[in-house]
Design a binder for this molecule. Structure first.
Ligand code: NAD
Length: 433
């Protein structure tokens, strides 16, 4: 890409506007606080679990294609590694701040614990604007950032993955850079890699598949049928399109889907493979002819039984929660529901499958990727899917049991389950001093 039209590459200093009430990360931490209180967590342990273990800030100098030097800022936060190596994505975005990275690293800690995989939580990011950077510049940023944080990286200490604006190509560069420093190939240092170099079959579909599996379990729990149950899915990217396709395969009727161009609706059911084909050819849903067109926010309050927000954070708020008709919300996206909306949904008796459970299929198959890389033995796709199913179903049941035991909703139940698991390991390990 040409760099001539590049806007100024000014690096934003840490924003101090973080953590207001509608902020999804603050919403997550306030749910953590509530769950910790319900568990009567020991105040000392509470302090430990509220604090990130390690925060790294690095400068990432590179030569731009023009020959100029630019210095980007990178972060890596290891929030908690008591249960195993830190696991969490790396995002490239102008919005990245240390506080955001800290909160996302905490989020990963609870997500890994809720599905009981032996990882702690981490997150990383580089403050940059990928659409204005060439592939070669992105490669130089990725490699220099990797070498800057190389002491923490490693299959036994910290295992990154893709996140906003990073992809399997960048994971390949991270793996290569790390391997060059170690003088031998280390595939298990990063997940979300291309299949050819140690990626796992089933990883691309894993988050959507997990959403389908926990929705199926929720229907069972609420005594609702699968056949004819109507679903609306917000977002038609990796998570939304796969969740919609697998839910249709299961026998549900997908009545609406949307992307950033708008939504499409057919009360008797869309044909999801045809819609996927359309998006492959035309990119957006807005040109799709075989259904009615609806606005994005209309989708959230449509007549349906299951709503899957799988696009953005903060879309179900105190403004529209009262109008939600669905009986079940499966949170494919991270943080789609605000804390205020939670209260309204609970009053209405909506069953929310919280993000840290609903979209944990992705990190679960990342764990499988790490296991396969370390073992040097790769599983077929059916094996990956069966093992994912076992973990998702068991985690759903454990969260439901925790919620029942403490008479709380499933979001609080999920946080309680996660905190209890991390706290249990801290108690057993004791305090090193
Ligand atoms: P993606 O970029 O593949 O897809 C996002 C989709 O949302 C696109 O179809 C986009 O057009 C649509 N969208 C954007 N703005 C919209 C709007 N205003 N209304 C409706 N649709 C809109 O991203 P993804 O990987 O599918 O991730 C979606 C969400 O799931 C994010 O919150 C992400 O953090 C979360 N998540 C993803 C994974 C994963 O494995 N991909 C894992 C866990 C959580």
């Amino acid at each position: 890409m040409s760099t001539t039209s590049r806007p100024s590459l000014l690096i934003r200093p840490d924003k101090d506007t973080f953590l207001n009430e509608e902020n999804p990360f603050e919403a997550m931490m306030s749910r953590f606080d509530y769950a910790a209180e319900r568990l009567s967590l020991d105040p000392g342990l509470y302090k430990v679990l509220r604090s990130p273990e390690k925060q790294i800030i690095v400068s990432v100098p590179i030569h731009l294609d023009s020959g100029e030097v630019e210095v980007f800022t990178g972060y890596r936060v290891l929030y908690n590694t008591s249960r195993g190596p830190a696991k969490g994505g790396i995002r490239f975005d102008m919005q990245v701040t240390l506080d955001e990275v800290k909160a996302l690293a905490a989020w990963m800690t609870w997500k890994c614990a809720v599905v009981n995989i032996p990882f702690g939580g981490a997150k990383g990011g580089v403050v940059c604007d990928p659409p204005t950077l060439s592939l070669a510049e992105l490669e130089r940023i990725t490699r220099r950032y990797t070498s800057a944080i190389i002491e923490t990286l490693g299959p036994d200490s910290d295992v990154p993955a893709p996140d906003v604006n990073t992809n399997e190509r960048m994971m390949a560069w991270i793996m290569d850079t790390y391997s060059m420093h170690k003088r031998h190939t280390v595939t298990s240092v990063v997940t979300g890699k291309p299949i050819e170099m140690g990626g796992s079959l089933g990883r691309r579909e894993a988050t959507g598949r997990g959403c389908m599996l926990v929705t199926r379990e929720a229907l069972k729990r609420l005594g609702m049928p699968v056949k004819g149950t109507k679903v609306a899915v917000q977002g038609f990217g990796n998570v939304g399109s796969i969740a919609a396709q697998l839910m249709e395969d299961l026998g549900l009727t997908v009545v609406a889907v949307s992307d950033k161009s708008g939504g499409i609706y057919n009360p008797s059911g869309l044909r999801i493979r045809e819609v996927q084909q359309h998006v492959k050819q035309h990119r957006y849903l807005s040109e799709y002819k075989e259904a009615d067109h609806i606005a994005n926010d209309q989708l959230l309050t449509l007549e349906c039984d299951v709503l899957v927000p799988a696009a953005l954070e903060n879309v179900i708020t105190s403004k529209n929660a009262r109008d939600v008709k669905a009986r079940i919300i499966c949170e494919g996206a991270n943080g789609p529901t605000t804390a205020n909306a939670d209260r309204i949904l609970e009053e209405k008796g909506v069953f929310v499958i919280p993000d840290i459970l609903a979209n944990a299929g992705g990190v679960t198959v990342s764990y499988f990727e790490w296991v396969q890389d370390r073992g040097g033995y790769f599983w077929d796709e059916d094996t990956v899917n069966q093992r994912l199913e076992r973990i998702m179903v068991q985690s759903f049941d454990e969260v439901a049991a925790m919620a029942d035991r403490h008479a709380v909703n499933s979001r609080v139940g999920a946080y309680m389950q996660a905190i209890e698991r991390v706290a249990a390991v801290h108690r057993l390990r004791g305090m090193y001093a």
